[in-house]
Unconditional design. Structure first.
Length: 285
């Protein structure tokens, strides 16, 4: 037996040629504990854990219904391009994030679209003095390369604008095919670490810049795909739809006023012509 240091959501761990191999909970797919487990398998394990009540929920936790679902994974651990929940289906990118509206089961997802750019935006807790930007950049570069095994060339930017820290991860299809971990898996591990729900077996991430622990208030992850997402008007927020409707109503109102004004002007012109004709007849008589 062995402990899977990089994934606590596993079972049936065993040593083979000095490496620890385990079965991912929920899928039974064998994973190599020397590297990161794919996001698809991690999500599947988390859903199974939530269903069984095995994992204790933090206080004030609430479910992100569009974020966590029970995914269909390929044997390689990659997401299947088409995901469904009952009779409702949608297409996802390589990060497993929905990139189309939800449809019925007839939906076609021809390919798994590559997420080539992931933007992680964090907001640290209120503090008087700003952090040292160079120390902060070094910490996150070192952490991402050593803890999550991502080649440093895929970390294209670590930007600090108090209180926001933005990390850019970029990796296209040809970069990924050369091996190594996927930026989608790295971002998932990192987000869980920052939110205090580490996937690692017994190794919590302590964010410390110049020997000062850093607390985060908010973390948001944005995804940019190689092909633009396909959302329709239905996916627009109610507020935006309301604004569009108000603008349309305003335009229609303006047209109605213009038409009525022109009609009135036409009536006045006709009335003037009629009166002039009657005056001519009177003079001729």
């Amino acid at each position: 037996a062995c402990a899977c240091e990089k994934n606590k959501r596993v079972t049936n761990c065993r040593l083979n040629n000095g490496r620890c191999w385990c079965d991912a909970i929920g899928s039974g797919v064998t994973v190599d504990c020397a590297t990161l487990t794919s996001k698809c398998l991690l999500m599947k394990a988390e859903v199974m854990g939530s269903k069984s009540g095995r994992r204790e929920k933090p206080k004030d936790a609430f479910e992100d219904t569009d974020g966590l679902y029970d995914p269909e994974c390929e044997n390689s651990g990659a997401f299947k391009a088409k995901q469904c929940n009952g009779t409702t289906c949608w297409c996802v990118n390589t990060a497993g994030v929905r990139r189309t509206d939800k449809h019925d089961a007839d939906l076609k997802c021809n390919q798994l679209v590559r997420t080539m750019w992931i933007i992680i935006e964090m907001k640290h807790a209120e503090r008087d003095a700003p952090l040292n930007a160079e120390s902060l950049k070094k910490f996150f570069m070192d952490t991402i390369t050593s803890r999550y095994l991502l080649d440093g060339r895929y970390i294209t930017n670590v930007l600090y604008e108090k209180p926001y820290i933005t990390i850019d991860l970029k990796q296209n299809s040809s970069d990924k095919s050369s091996g190594g971990v996927d930026i989608a898996d790295v971002a998932y591990y990192f987000e869980k670490d920052v939110k205090g729900d580490s996937i690692f077996h017994n190794n919590r991430l302590n964010v410390s810049i110049d020997n000062e622990a850093l607390q985060f208030e908010k973390t948001v992850v944005y995804y940019v795909d190689e092909i633009a997402p396909e959302f329709s008007m239905k996916s627009l927020t109610p507020g935006l739809i309301a604004v569009i409707v108000v603008v349309v109503i305003a335009i229609i109102s303006a047209i109605v006023v213009l038409v009525l004004t022109r009609r009135r002007k036409g009536k006045y012109v006709k009335a003037e012509v009629k009166e002039m004709n009657e005056m001519h007849r009177g003079l001729n008589a």
